[in-house]
Design a protein around this ligand. Structure first.
Ligand SMILES: CCCCCCCCCCCCCCCCCC(=O)SCCNC(=O)CCNC(=O)[C@H](O)C(C)(C)COP(=O)(O)OP(=O)(O)OC[C@H]1O[C@@H](n2cnc3c(N)ncnc32)[C@H](O)[C@@H]1OP(=O)(O)O
Ligand SMILES: Cc1cc2nc3c(=O)[nH]c(=O)nc-3n(C[C@H](O)[C@H](O)[C@H](O)COP(=O)(O)OP(=O)(O)OC[C@H]3O[C@@H](n4cnc5c(N)ncnc54)[C@H](O)[C@@H]3O)c2cc1C
Length: 662
């Protein structure tokens, strides 16, 4: 075994806080850290999960290996008695090394939709077989023609009272279901979102459990055309699929009927809210916020550890080449992302708690907080995935050429993560949903209603009114986190107002609501972005107040300041325009940021160590804990399929004959 790289050892010795304390805090407690590690080591020490490098495999082999692992995973989870969703998730993440897999949609959306939208009788019928993987399902909503505008989906489910069945059809090419994960080859059932017709009337989108493959032979059932949609940017393990239904009949009991119902005679009972059908999407959006934190924290772990062992160029003539982490420009690329990774970790925890709290109320029949939950999940999903997506690429480039190698781990993180900006609600569309909520709240506040929750700052709108910018004192104290939170809040209030006024202005030109909305989209998206940014800064600051360890508190405080100040520099126009900042303060902020980079520098490696990714999960030669990157890169390259023979067959087939001809 090679010794630990001395540079990275020194980094760890220089840290000013205890890594384990911070890890415990991120996990929730020391006991939770222990349990997570225990679960991870079950996977890491399991010979069944010692895997070949997927980079050296074909797509079909990758799918095959993933199905194999998923099946073993399900059995082992039973054997170990792991049934807590969070613990299943730890195990699963480790088994698949962060890749998406063929059972994701079954575990994440099929089961969830059953739990949230099936009646008690339906749960009795479907849940146990689904839990035991006799039924393997997916969530089939998107069609060739529509992903975003789901009200216009074309697949139909027409009730036939004579047989008490629904007849499902995809009547056009654009109505073919397209994209659902695990649909192509893995699933034998799908939850199909279709327009419900009964007694000659359309009642909009509803969810139906549709068997698509024979439970014995796994052959597609009559009337079902199903397959894989082909190679993608990533997601190689996943058989995203197509599905065309032609006169497929399912029993009446296969419509999910917890809320809306169709009686045997075909009469329709309305749900208490027609948005309850969208509930599973809200759950996954909330979950994606935590995924943003994970993707970014992994990328930062790789880039920062590598920057600690990589030496390049001359800083001072005659002296040894410095670690590239000593370059201010390198720190400026990576440390704000490190800060964002911490911020998003806390936001992810908050989003998960909020989802569970509010769905608890929904299950009790209280739907009052559904709009805020939707707005928060949609906006934060978009905000955090956009930042993380761009951040992964920054981390990759910060590793120079080696970041382009698959063994750096960064290309896989990127291609696996980037569709989060699109799936589960395209980001711009999600920002516009949040904006719809914000504008509504703004109007309510102006009418004198008292708002609560994350939008309560809009109550203060009146207080902020017409003062000219020049006569208003600047609000920001750039050294005080509370003051920065306040500035983000006022910026959000301002941008919500700008968006609302834009709408109002458009309407005064007597165009339609819809055109006014479209003509204000730029302002609306910016308002949502500012709102989410405020929520993130606010949650980061709130988290600090929970930390008792002074050393950890101090380093996280530095990160929170960096996150907030860096965000101001990226959006300085907004802060200046709103009179929240003066021009001289901008250069003070730059100076302050430089000082924060210096403060973070000795703790950078310890801060990524605290995320506690073991090498197997990180799967990156550049991000190795021991820092021995060159040796392992060389070993990895030797295993490239092109190196199986010293002389490749193409030489004999093409190059050699060519030489004799020329
Ligand atoms: C058990 C072990 C577990 C272990 C863990 C396993 C983990 C596995 C990992 C899982 C990985 C999952 C991978 C996922 C892969 C991707 C799957 C997909 O993309 S799937 C496909 C994903 N596809 C998409 O995401 C499609 C995106 N599109 C949409 O969601 C909708 O079309 C829309 C929202 C854009 C518009 O909808 P439209 O009906 O036209 O609505 P309008 O605009 O006209 O607004 C009307 C009113 O409705 C309101 N409202 C709206 N939504 C909601 C809501 N959810 N709620 C509440 N309210 C909502 C709105 O605010 C407004 O209110 P108001 O102002 O009137 O008061
Ligand atoms: C890897 C992956 C996995 C997926 N898995 C599933 C799955 O399991 N099940 C499933 O049902 N679906 C799945 N999807 C589909 C996914 O949910 C949709 O792609 C997504 O909802 C976006 O819809 P769209 O593709 O129609 O994009 P479009 O809506 O066509 O977006 C294209 C552009 O139009 C813009 N646009 C659209 N509407 C508006 C508007 N109202 N205002 C302003 N701009 C607008 C968007 O911002 C975007 O720039 C998956 C997709 C991917 C990539």
């Amino acid at each position: 075994l090679a010794a630990m790289n001395p540079d990275i050892c020194r980094e760890r010795e220089n840290a000013t806080f205890n890594t384990e304390t911070l890890t415990n805090m991120l996990d929730g407690s020391a006991e939770k850290t222990r349990r997570r590690r225990e679960i991870e080591s079950l996977v890491i020490n399991d010979p069944d999960f010692q895997h070949d490098d997927p980079n050296f495999m074909s797509r079909s082999e990758r799918y095959d290996a993933a199905v194999k692992k998923s099946s073993q995973m399900i059995m082992k989870l039973r054997d170990y008695g792991i049934s807590d969703p969070e613990e299943i998730y730890f195990y699963k993440r480790c088994v698949h090394r962060g890749f998406s897999e063929p059972l994701d949609l079954h575990l994440g959306m099929f089961l969830t939709t059953l739990l949230n939208q099936a009646s008690p009788t339906q749960l009795d019928t479907f849940f146990t077989p689904a839990w035991n993987l006799e039924i393997v399902g997916t969530y089939a909503q998107t069609e060739l023609g529509h992903g975003t505008h789901i009200r216009k989906l074309e697949t139909t489910a027409t009730y036939d009272p004579s047989t008490q069945e629904f007849v499902l059809n995809c009547p056009t090419v654009s109505s073919i279901k397209w994209w659902p994960g695990g649909l192509g080859k893995t699933s034998n059932h799908a939850i199909v979102l279709a327009q419900l017709y009964t007694l000659g009337k359309c009642h909009g989108l509803h969810a139906f459990i549709v068997p698509i493959r024979c439970m014995k032979t796994h052959q597609p059932l009559p009337g079902v055309t199903v397959g894989d949609i082909g190679p993608k940017f990533g997601f190689e393990e996943v058989d995203n699929g197509y599905l065309k239904l032609e006169n497929v009949r399912i029993p009446r009991e296969n419509m999910l009927m917890k809320y809306a119902q169709v009686e045997p005679d075909g009469s329709y009972l309305k749900p208490p809210s027609d948005k309850l059908t969208y509930g599973t999407m809200v759950f996954i959006r909330a979950m994606i916020v935590g995924e943003s934190a994970r993707a970014l924290s992994k990328s930062c772990t790789i880039a920062i550890r590598y920057s600690a062992v990589r030496h390049q160029s001359e800083l001072r003539p005659g002296e040894p080449e410095p670690q590239i982490l000593d370059y201010q420009a390198q720190q400026y690329k990576l440390f704000p992302l490190l800060a964002a990774a911490y911020a998003f970790t806390f936001v992810g925890q908050y989003m998960s708690d909020t989802y569970h709290r509010i769905t608890g109320h929904i299950n009790q029949g209280d739907f009052s907080q559904l709009p805020e939950l939707h707005a928060l999940a949609a906006g934060l999903k978009a905000f955090t995935t956009w930042t993380a997506n761009a951040g992964i690429e920054v981390c990759r480039m910060a590793c120079g050429g080696h970041g382009y190698l698959c063994c750096s781990g960064l290309p896989d993180i990127y291609v696996t993560f980037t569709p989060t900006c699109t799936y589960e609600g395209e980001n711009t569309v999600m920002m516009l949903q949040t904006a719809r909520f914000l504008v509504k709240c703004y109007r309510q506040a102006r009418e004198g209603q008292q708002l609560s929750g994350t939008v309560s700052y809009l109550n203060e709108q009146q207080r902020l009114q017409p003062q000219p910018v020049s006569s208003r004192p600047t609000v920001v104290n750039i050294n005080d986190l509370a003051s920065l939170v306040e500035a983000y809040k006022l910026r959000a209030a301002k941008l919500v107002e700008v968006a609302a006024k834009s709408l109002q202005g458009e309407l005064q030109r007597s165009i339609s609501q819809e055109d006014a909305w479209n003509n204000s989209s730029i302002e609306l998206v910016r308002a949502s972005d500012a709102h989410c940014h405020y929520v993130v800064v606010e949650l980061f600051a709130a988290k600090l107040s929970e930390i008792s360890d002074t050393a950890v508190h101090s380093v996280l405080n530095t990160l929170a300041l960096l996150y907030a100040l860096h965000g101001i520099t990226l959006n300085s126009g907004d802060f200046l325009q709103a009179g929240l900042l003066s021009v001289p303060q901008l250069s003070q902020i730059t100076q302050r940021i430089k000082a924060l980079l210096v403060e973070i520098r000795p703790n950078a490696v310890a801060l990524v160590d605290s995320f506690d990714y073991n090498d197997e999960m990180l799967n990156s030669v550049l991000g190795r804990y021991d820092g021995n990157v060159y040796e392992s890169m060389f070993e990895w390259a030797k295993r490239s399929p092109l190196n199986r023979t010293e002389v490749h067959e193409s030489y004999y087939k093409y190059m050699k004959p060519l030489r004799s001809k020329l």
